[in-house]
Design a protein. Structure first.
Length: 130
């Protein structure tokens, strides 16, 4: 149950943690960002601390600027902010990140969040790999 809750929480957080805004405003050509998540350690007991690392990778390849139909598109991904939301059993110790900036084509940004399993949790937990 805790694993499902954690997976739902992390997945929801990943959807909510950042906003990608292409620099070119009227285009449908946008960089694609791949989101992955890792935890350390994988198993946590009540009152244990750990970290969750969310990796954002700009999957665009090639040049930063792409020419298409006489228009130039910026393939940088602009990340406004990122935060992780806790659950009833997991407390996120960090406030999050703001004004992160650009991730260029092929670049990866790792964001680390400190977490703690709350005392009232009576089961050990394995954090999922997404």
């Amino acid at each position: 149950m805790i694993r499902k809750t954690m997976i739902r929480s992390i997945a929801t957080s990943i959807l909510c943690i950042f906003l990608i805004i292409p620099v070119a405003g009227d285009t449908t050509v946008r960089p694609t960002v791949q989101v992955t998540c890792q935890s350390d350690p994988l198993s946590l007991f009540p009152e244990d601390n750990g970290t969750v690392t969310v990796s954002l990778k700009n999957m665009a390849t090639g040049d930063v600027y792409v020419q298409e139909d006489s228009k130039t598109f910026d393939m940088n991904a602009y990340i406004v902010s990122a935060s992780l939301i806790g659950t009833n059993d997991i407390e996120v110790m960090d406030k999050g990140y703001s004004n992160i900036g650009l991730i260029g084509p092929g670049d990866t940004l790792n964001l680390t969040f400190n977490i703690k399993v709350k005392k009232r949790s009576i089961q050990w937990h394995t954090l999922p790999e997404l």
